[in-house]
Write a protein that binds this ligand. Structure first.
Ligand SMILES: [Zn+2]
Ligand SMILES: [Zn+2]
Length: 155
């Protein structure tokens, strides 16, 4: 029985040590939580972060670079002179009138009638930076919403 009592006593002492350590840990955690919450409470005023994220959003939707992001183009059909809308720069040039079907690579051979703004559908201004090297548009700007596209050749 004496052995049992000793074992009990040791167990109790270990138990109270654990409780003390837990209490200390909880107090420390509570202090840490209060310290972390303080700056958040101080920032309850005007939300500067939200304002700046709106500005970032406006600048990122404002333009694209690269031929694969070229705005939808309207080309003149070399056979029947109808306007052919090529929405995707990698898509076939497919005449809706005479069913002439040209691969996307023939773009430079056809007369470009115009580019359409992918954001607001307005007719875009476009031009070339190296007319002697390219017979395709190298930039386009929407006069309505300021969307800008730029072709950057990679070779
Ligand atoms: Zn045609
Ligand atoms: Zn536009």
């Amino acid at each position: 029985m004496a052995d049992d009592a000793d074992a009990h006593g040791v167990g109790e002492a270990a138990g109270s040590r654990t409780t003390a350590a837990l209490r200390w840990l909880l107090a420390a955690l509570r202090q840490l939580a209060e310290r972390l919450a303080a700056p958040l409470r101080a920032g309850d005023g005007p939300n500067k972060f939200r304002l700046s994220s709106v500005e970032t959003h406006t600048t990122t939707i404002d333009g694209d670079t690269g031929w694969e992001y070229r705005p939808p183009a309207t080309l003149r059909c070399p056979d029947c002179t109808a306007g052919i809308l090529q929405a995707d720069s990698r898509g076939a040039i497919d005449c809706p009138e005479c069913r002439l079907d040209l691969p996307a690579e023939r773009f430079g051979d056809l007369e470009l009638l115009g580019l359409t703004c992918p954001v607001c559908r307005a007719s875009m201004q476009h031009g070339q930076r190296h007319p002697e090297d390219f017979d395709i548009p190298e930039w386009a700007t929407c006069p309505n919403c300021q969307y800008h596209w730029e072709f950057k050749h990679s070779y």
